[in-house]
Design a protein around this ligand. Structure first.
Ligand SMILES: NC(=O)C1=CN([C@@H]2O[C@H](COP(=O)(O)OP(=O)(O)OC[C@H]3O[C@@H](n4cnc5c(N)ncnc54)[C@H](O)[C@@H]3O)[C@@H](O)[C@H]2O)C=CC1
Ligand SMILES: CC(=O)C(C)=O
Length: 257
C-alpha cells in the first residue's frame, strides 16, 4: 500500500507541529505549512533529521492561491492529499466593545476564510482520488461554548463547527469525510498571548487567566499538544472511516455535549 500523505496548515509550532509529529510517527508523508517562514524552516529541518518523509510550503491560509499552491506542492512531492488539516488559527481577546473592523476581518479571515479556502483546495484534489480523503478542522471548546473576552474568537470557531457540518454533507458522495477536533486549554504560544491579553485588558496577574481556565479540568491537569495529536491521529486513520460531520471535544472534561 502506498504511503498516505497529510497536509497540516500552521504546523511550524504549537498544536500543528505536535499533530505533524504524531502523523509522521503514524507513517504519513508530511507536508508542513506556515506563514512563519523562519520557524517553518527550523521545524522542517527537525523533521528531516528525524528521518521523516517531509516537505514544507510557506503560505497564508487567508489566500486562496496559497492554499491551491499548498495542495499542488503536496501532490508534486508525494502524489496525493489523503488528509488535509485546517489547523492554522489565531486568538482574539478583548471586551466586545473594542472589536474593530480590522480585528474582525483578521480573525474571520484566518479562522474561517482559511478553513473555507483550505477545504476548497483539498476537496478539489480528493474528489479525483479513488480513495477520497479526510478533512480535519481545528475547532475548540470555543466552538461549543462562548466565553467572556473571547467573543470574536468564539464566533469564528462556531462558524468552523457549522462549516464542518455543511461540508461533511456536501462531500460525503465523494468518499470525503469532514470532522473537527475541539481542544480545551492547551499549552502553546497562543495561550501565552491569551494570558498576556488578560493582563493588559483586565489587570490580571500573569498566569491568572491560565489558572482560572484550567483549575476545574476534570482530569486534573492542563492539556498538552500531544493530547490533541492523539485525537487527530484517530481522525486521520481508517479507524474513523464511519465518522463524519463531528466536532469532537478533547478538553479533559470542560465542556459536555
Ligand atoms: N492552544 C489552545 O488552547 C487551543 C487552540 N485551538 C486551535 O488550534 C489551532 C492551533 O492553535 P495553537 O497551536 O495553540 O496556536 P499557535 O499560535 O501556537 O500556532 C499557530 C500556528 O499557525 C500559524 N499561522 C497563523 N496564522 C497563519 C496564517 N494566516 N497562515 C498560515 N499559518 C498561520 C502560526 O505562525 C503558528 O505557527 C488554532 O486553530 C487554534 O484556534 C483550539 C482550542 C484550544
Ligand atoms: C484558545 C482556545 O481555543 C480556547 C480559549 O479555548
Amino acid at each position: 500500500m502506498s504511503q498516505k500523505v497529510a497536509v497540516i496548515t500552521g504546523s511550524a509550532g504549537g498544536l500543528g507541529k505536535a499533530i505533524a509529529l504524531r502523523l509522521a510517527e503514524d507513517g504519513f508523508a508530511i507536508v508542513l505549512h506556515d506563514i512563519n517562514k523562519e520557524l517553518l524552516s527550523i521545524t522542517h529541518n527537525e523533521f528531516t533529521e528525524k528521518g521523516y518523509r517531509v516537505t514544507a510550503v510557506t503560505g497564508d491560509v487567508r489566500k486562496k492561491e496559497d492554499q491551491e499552491n499548498l495542495v499542488q506542492k503536496a501532490v508534486e512531492a508525494f502524489g496525493s492529499v489523503d488528509v488535509f488539516i485546517n489547523n492554522a488559527g489565531i486568538e482574539s481577546v478583548e471586551p466586545f466593545e473594542l472589536i474593530t473592523s480590522e480585528k474582525f476581518d483578521l480573525v474571520f479571515d484566518v479562522n474561517v476564510k482559511g478553513v473555507v479556502f483550505g477545504t476548497q483546495a483539498a476537496a478539489a484534489v480528493m474528489k479525483n482520488q479513488a480513495t477520497g480523503g479526510k478533512i480535519i478542522n481545528a475547532c475548540s471548546i470555543a466552538g461549543h461554548e462562548s466565553y467572556e473576552m473571547l467573543s470574536l474568537y468564539c464566533a469564528s470557531k462556531h462558524a468552523v463547527r457549522s462549516f464542518t457540518h455543511s461540508t461533511a454533507k456536501e462531500l460525503s458522495k465523494y468518499n470525503i469525510t469532514v470532522n473537527a477536533y475541539c481542544p480545551g486549554v492547551a499549552a502553546t504560544a497562543m495561550w501565552d498571548r491569551i494570558d498576556q491579553a488578560f493582563v493588559d485588558h483586565n489587570g490580571w496577574e500573569p498566569k491568572q487567566a491560565w489558572n482560572t481556565f484550567t483549575k476545574d479540568i476534570l482530569v486534573g491537569r492542563p492539556q498538552v499538544p500531544d493530547d490533541v495529536a492523539k485525537l487527530v491521529s484517530f481522525l486521520a486513520s481508517s479507524d474513523s472511516d464511519y465518522i463524519t460531520g463531528q466536532t469532537i471535544l478533547t478538553d479533559g472534561g470542560m465542556v459536555f455535549r
